[in-house]
Design a protein around this ligand. Sequence first.
Ligand code: SAM
Length: 207
Amino acid sequence: MARAELKSGALRGDALLEFLLSVPYLDRDRWLDELFGFDEPPADIENLPRGAVPYLPSGVDEILAMVAEVPLRPDDEFVDLGSGLGRVVILAHLLSGARACGVELQEPLVRRAKERCAGLALPRVSFVHANVADAELDGSVFFLYSPFNGEMLSAVLRRLEDVARRRPIVICAVDLELHGVPWLRARKTTKVTLALYDSCVHGIPGR
Ligand SMILES: C[S@@+](CC[C@H](N)C(=O)[O-])C[C@H]1O[C@@H](n2cnc3c(N)ncnc32)[C@H](O)[C@@H]1O
């Protein structure tokens, strides 16, 4: 029944949130995968570039906290850097109405994410097959579930700083600390695994 409501457009925003919260905590991830029609992800490709982290989905509760605490709004442009099967992108859009885009290096994951989306008819959701290092980056809220580290992370942060020179942005980081980045200000969150940072670039007022 929930799947039919999701397809018809009835299960969105607060209705979807209420539904997810009614599922016992330990079952939420499995329920969401069933709701979205996600099956086992394909194996990671063999030649992941240096510093790239293999696919592992964010937990539903981190995503719910992120959407509530940013807070994500219908006029936001949300980007998941290293989006995997698209769990974060799709759920963030369904809960908030924000335009949402995933950038993912592994083509089999992108293909699956697009297939799942096609079944749901979500015109404000898109997936790009690209290395984040080469993709054009723009948006108001960026999400990173520890997708890469080392020089790749430093390079992407420099590019996000360029975005922040044009507009205020929020960076949401799961299992990833961005301390010591001078143009980011950390906020308190309700989850130890979730960190939120506001851009603070001279001359650009915060969000
Ligand atoms: C830990 S998973 C997170 C998946 C998703 N964001 C989520 O939270 O459910 C990290 C993802 O980042 C992708 N990735 C790693 N390096 C990347 C890069 N340079 N460009 C694009 N995607 C990348 C991996 O293929 C993997 O799917």
